[in-house]
Ligand binder design. Sequence first.
Ligand code: 5GP
Length: 139
Amino acid sequence: MTYDPDNIFAKILRGELPCHKIYEDTDTFVFLDIMPRATGHMLVSPKTPCRNVLDASAEQLAACIMTTQKMAQLAMTAFAADGITLQQFNERPGGQEVFHLHFHILPRHAGVSLRPPGQMADQAQLKEHAEMLRALLAK
Ligand code: 5GP
């Protein structure tokens, strides 16, 4: 399996497609999922190319999981969450749809199920959530 540099997330990382960015550091980039399965659904990707966990380097994985922890802690506060679900899919039979490594961060509330996949979010609400998350990070 080879990396396709024209996948959607590669284009987002290059700034060729828009996204609601939350955070970036030298190695990782965080943005809101456009079809959130929970309010505040974030995606954490390495800035450098790899399809998924199966071909990622130790450095890419380490950077992603450290950023994932930071964003999970942020989400707990930002959305007054009761817990966090992490998801990560590998290759199409494993549930992967976009072939640039990413970890899903899903803020959870007691008794609230995940929304079904494939439902587009309201862009104004995504913008509001991204602004709120960036403001909390800047504190
Ligand atoms: P996976 O590859 O882990 O199955 O999921 C890909 C995720 O990317 C899905 O949750 C989907 O909603 C999200 N997604 C697909 N296209 C875009 C896009 O253009 N922008 C953003 N922000 N998210 C996307």
